[in-house]
Write a protein that binds this ligand. Sequence first.
Ligand SMILES: Nc1ncnc2c1ncn2[C@@H]1O[C@H](COP(=O)(O)OP(=O)(O)OP(=O)(O)O)[C@@H](O)[C@H]1O
Ligand SMILES: [Mg+2]
Length: 289
Amino acid sequence: MLSIQEVVKVHGGKLRALDGVSLDLGPGVVGLVGHNGAGKSTLMQLLATLSRPTSGRILLDGQCIVAKPEAMRRRLGYLPQDFGVPAHLTALEFLQYFAALKGVRDPARIQRLLELVNLHEQAHRMAAGFSGGMRQRLGIAQALLNNPDVLIVDEPTAGLDPEERLRFRKLLSEIGFSKLVIVSTHIVSDIENMAQRLAILRQGKLVAFDTPEQLLQGARGRIWTALLEPAHYEELRDQVHVLHAQRQGERIQVRMAHGQQPCHDAQLGEPSLEEALMAQRYALHAVAA
Ligand SMILES: Nc1ncnc2c1ncn2[C@@H]1O[C@H](COP(=O)(O)OP(=O)(O)OP(=O)(O)O)[C@@H](O)[C@H]1O
Ligand SMILES: [Mg+2]
């Protein structure tokens, strides 16, 4: 339902924050993964119609959201990365304000959303005095006010405690049963059990759009573990990509990404999704070099 076609976004005349990104997205949770500066927020701002692509097209059910942003805005929920709350509103007033802006006239919905994000007992507190995680939850409630078909949440789990993180993952998963949910993060473990697909951005380019299983499969046979003497570790560390190294007694337990067995006592390990992404990055790096 959302088709991103050859999208380029140039910032400040020369920085290509997005460099020809094409993606077709339907219902489900999509994880947008990439390092700082990869272009995640830039893409999300384009989808949220807050900025316009330098070139390329974005279609929602065949309609261009650049030429006609209203249809997208009606169906969109967006939680920006730098979500701020005004100083003089309570949580309830804040949601009432956004409900009015979005034309949502059902007061019971605000109450339900406050409960959903576990803020109902704080409804009458000033939102500006909330902790980072509480503000984030208020932002999520705001994004859900109009029961959006497309929910875009930029780094939503930053600042959430582990319990809220779990609640939040469940909430997004459930929304993804019928709606399109796009979640950006660089914390892979936050989305690996939630996203059906991961779109991986690197320096403005889409380098993969795969299921977590496909990404894991791509890394199998390239993740190695070994227990090494410190001197051997020093020798090896420049030749392989060390993923983790941890002292164990006198020796060092190492996990590495490498195309073939890096030393005779190394054994193949089952990759985690995070390792699979790192291994892929190194493989791409090796190809580019
Ligand atoms: N308004 C802007 N003006 C100029 N450059 C910008 C602007 N917004 C983003 N950029 C640049 O575009 C690139 C992509 O930034 P973007 O914020 O999309 O990355 P990101 O993947 O969201 O990173 P992070 O993980 O840090 O949030 C970066 O190099 C950034 O400095
Ligand atoms: Mg960002």
